[in-house]
Design a protein around this ligand. Structure first.
Ligand code: GLU
Length: 480
């Protein structure tokens, strides 16, 4: 039975890369009828914030994907301590009493990259170690990385293939800090072993940690899970995405607030580093879950495109418009509700259902809703240039004639697509103008702009009363 976990640390907001890690874990779990676990890695009390944790949950809720089990590392500290002591008792760890400042100096003197251990601490006799600990002297518990002889730690990554690192290149890393709290390595492996995680799917930046983790699993007598590391997400200039450098692009909420459909954002994230091996791009999460496999994951870093002017990737925007277009009208209408409310509008019952099909092609994201659909709700319309009322190759007198005629005709016409179509085409013929010359003044009068959804459907939604009020107002503008 496959068991996977997504293990965010609540030290920042939900990062685009973390969201993708979550989704890939979810896909793998669902593909194999496995178990998806959410584990909050909150052992670093100094860096955790409630705001960060809230933003992680907000982001996950917005994505709308579920999980089966949930844990919090800070509630499992006893387990971490017990397993650390098991490693110690088995001789795979030792106490390092070097005071923090001195340790930093030594590491500095050696060059932090080549520091391996403090030999006098590594070789400290057990009795002396016990005596100093009993006397309350603070210590860091360090893993005793095998050195004589050194050996290669190897594993086969599901994405990156065969991996190997000599223990000569791994320092005696800490399992417990001097305050007794577990390090990430200790807490993570203890939990992964205890929760019987079968596959660890996480960012490629953790690949080098994996050698240490394998040492810990071995020392615990546990079978190491399988590992799948995911390619990094990078900026167009090749730099790793970071909040400090790239600002809002890295936050999931930027896309949410830009009016993305979560299903489109998920689709976009899946294509960052994975592909279905056919030409499909627009896919639902269930379609992806049906075929998701590690073989589809690329080793090369995935570029998120954005610029200083626009934090949104154009591919994401395109996918969003595809997903918007594919939504059933009633779903679209109900998803528009919060955006209408956000714009301060109170649609009449059923009104969004009428508007949704008229505007869906004009929106790339829900954020466009306010500018695309405002004329359905704003009365009077925002000011516009009366020159817009005058059709190309027309004159003001013609526009006035059109609007006069339209007023008469629309006072009696049936306000349906066909009713309006017939009435307005007949009116155009009567006064000797082309259909386009007839429609433009009416469209601008009714919508306040030349580019708007199809005229007859739009008028049908606006209704006779409001349309006539707006025609009158436009006529007054033309005459003044
Ligand atoms: N809490 C760790 C992080 O956020 C988890 C890494 C892992 O998946 O092991 O980076």
């Amino acid at each position: 039975m496959f068991r996977v976990r997504f293990a965010p640390s609540p030290t920042g907001y939900l990062h685009i890369g973390s969201a993708r890690t979550f989704i890939f874990n979810w896909l793998f779990a669902r593909r194999h009828d496995g178990t998806m676990i959410l584990r909050i890695d909150d052992t670093d009390a100094g860096r955790n914030t409630q705001t960060s944790e809230d933003s992680i949950f907000d982001g996950l809720r917005w994505l709308g994907l579920d999980w089966d089990e949930q844990y919090r590392q800070s509630e499992r500290l006893d387990l971490h301590a017990t397993l650390a002591s098991k490693i110690f008792e088995a001789g795979h760890a030792y106490r390092d009493f070097t005071p923090a400042e001195e340790a930093a100096e030594k590491a500095h003197a050696t060059g932090a990259a080549t520091w391996l251990c403090n030999p006098d601490m590594r070789e400290l006799p057990r009795e002396e170690s016990d005596r100093r600990a009993a006397a309350g002297e603070p210590f860091v518990l360090r893993f005793r990385v095998p050195r004589e002889p050194v050996r290669d730690i190897t594993f086969t990554d599901e994405v990156y293939g065969a991996q190997s690192k000599s223990t000569a290149d791994i320092e005696d890393f800490a399992l417990l800090r001097s305050n007794g709290l577990p390090t990430y390595h200790m807490a993570s492996c203890a939990d992964d072993a205890d929760l019987r995680i079968s596959h660890i799917i996480r960012g490629q930046d953790h690949l080098t940690n994996t050698f240490k983790h394998i040492l810990i699993f071995d020392a615990l007598g546990a079978t190491a899970p399988r590992f799948a590391h995911l390619p990094l997400l990078i900026a167009p200039d090749g730099a790793k995405l970071s909040k400090r450098k790239h600002g809002p692009v890295v936050s999931v909420t930027t896309y949410r607030d830009a009016g993305f459909l979560p299903e489109a954002y998920i689709n976009f994230l899946c294509l960052l580093g994975w592909n279905p091996k056919d030409d499909r791009e627009k896919m639902s999460i269930n379609e992806i879950a049906a075929i998701f496999s590690f073989e589809g994951i690329n080793r090369s870093n995935a570029v998120v495109n954005f610029s200083d002017e626009d934090p949104i990737d154009p591919k994401a925007l395109w996918l969003n418009s595809q997903h918007l277009y594919a939504l059933p009208v009633d779903t679209l209408a109900s998803r528009l509700e919060p955006w209408a409310a956000g714009a301060g509008w109170s649609p009449a019952p059923g009104q969004l259902l009428q508007i949704a099909p008229l505007i869906r092609e004009r929106m790339k994201t829900f954020r466009d809703f306010a500018s695309v659909a405002d004329f359905f709700f704003l009365e009077p319309l925002p000011p516009f240039d009366p020159a817009e009322l005058v059709p190309q190759k027309g004159d003001t007198a013609m526009a006035a004639k059109v609007l006069e005629r339209a007023k008469t005709v629309l006072a009696a016409a049936e306000f349906t697509h066909d009713g309006l179509d017939q009435a307005l085409r007949a009116a155009a013929a009567e006064i000797g103008v082309k259909a386009g010359q007839m429609f433009q003044p009416i469209r601008v009068a009714a919508c306040g702009r030349k580019v708007a959804p199809p005229l007859f459907e739009t008028l049908a939604v606006l209704g006779r009363e409001l349309t006539l009020v707006r025609l009158d107002r436009a006529l007054a503008m033309l005459r003044s």
